[in-house]
Design a protein around this ligand. Sequence first.
Ligand code: KIV
Ligand code: ZN
Length: 530
Amino acid sequence: MSDWNDPNYVRIFDTTLRDGEQSPGATMTSDEKLEVARALGKLGVDIIEAGFPAASPDDLAAVKQIALTVGKQKRGEKPPPVICGLARAVEGDLDKCWEAIQGAERPRIHTFLATSPIHREHKLKLSKAEVLTQIEAMVKYAVSLCADVEFSAEDAGRTELDFLCEAFQVAVDAGATTLNVPDTVGYLMPHEIGSRIATIKERVVGDRDDLVISVHNHDDLGLAVANSLAGVMAGARQVEVAINGIGERAGNASLEEIVMTLHTRKPALKLDHGIDTKQLTRSSKLVSRVTGIQVQANKAIVGANAFAHEAGIHQHGMLSHQSTYEIMEPETVGAPKSALVLGKHSGKHAFAARLEELGYQLEPDAMKKAFKRFKEVAEKKKQMTDADLLALAQDELHRPVERFQLVALQVSCGTGDLQTATVRLKTADGDEPTCAAIGNGPIEAVFEAIEMAAGVQLDLLEYNVRSVTGGEDALGEASVNVRGPKGTPQAEKVFHGAGADVDVLVASAKAYLAALNRVLAAREAERAAA
Ligand code: KIV
Ligand code: ZN
């Protein structure tokens, strides 16, 4: 295993919990963030950007919890991951960031200030000299709190190259050791990133082996991965990535694509990384589930079709030799080999053992619930596949705190406009509000009845339903994105919810209720913080 100070080692900096969470609708609860952080630790990432502590008391608490748990956990030979918090280059943010991360064994402050002319003029309203003064003062302040400081020149991609080097030099003189070059708006092309990194390396880093250049690319032109690799080939030794490529707007460079390129093309690139590639599929599924952002089927590495061969000629080639049409084996990224695993006669031990093989160790309570649901579904389904099991396990793991639970649902539908749904919910106090509603379709009727029973009106933005596996008895997975009640702070945010069941109407009701529970949890957190 290479040391991360080795000149050929590329540090993987994961920002799923910070930039990734900035994807519309991707808000995660603290428990979900901790679960993702644990998975990132197991995956072997070098640095976890756990959040933006100054953004809200909830964010601060979530980062602190990650610092005190995952940030102290060794991974075999490997030390715990660095736990990093983001902070604007102002004292208040830096103080909150330090408060959140200081419990980690290896804390890092990541501070940023925009340097491009467009940001200087229209956002910061600062001259070049004032920007440099702020960088110097705030990096010095950050270093007085924490030994490991990363400085990002926001919108570096559109910053004059000479000024960018000047800004980085000031940051280095003030004590920063990681220099991040974000292409914040995803504007540059690979050769431009490459030459920028080469210039920064030559003019700022020189022969200092304690300084690391980092790349952080956004995917607005679909170039984030290519741009990051161009940066690495020009000398960057840290790549900022997110699982499934999620992040602000079109997202960040995808962790799995960067890692599998380093891995598969090692003979050409001659670079090392510390990722356990077998954890990639599992991590991708987890992030997709907790954020509600589905992975497209043809997504490289972790999409459902990434290792599927359809054309006869390809299948024939694969039967002769796997490498005819495959440059990676599915097992290398942890894609499950077997389709069929368990059925209705299987016992708890077989169920738990298979979940463990798939990377899940549920707490006894969650295991009990997941097994109960497994039995219910297995009664109705002929075959239970790994995908079904994962959907059930994740459903139990990531249920938001349930203010309302679904007790019963009855839907009557057909032709005409009398689609009716009756819903019975259960509150934490044991009340069972029951309401019926008519809608333009069964789904509208179900959602309307839930809103009436809960006494909360949401704004539905997106609704999706898909079958987890094929066949008539497939398990359906529904997901929704909603905004909270109009005129409340929750109307400004997007909340997601997901639910799985053999009946898509029940799956949809569960998804809507999960989103509603998230809205209520956010309302309570806001009231508690006020
Ligand atoms: O895209 C960006 O510029 C960022 C910085 C805060 C690193 O996310
Ligand atoms: Zn970003």
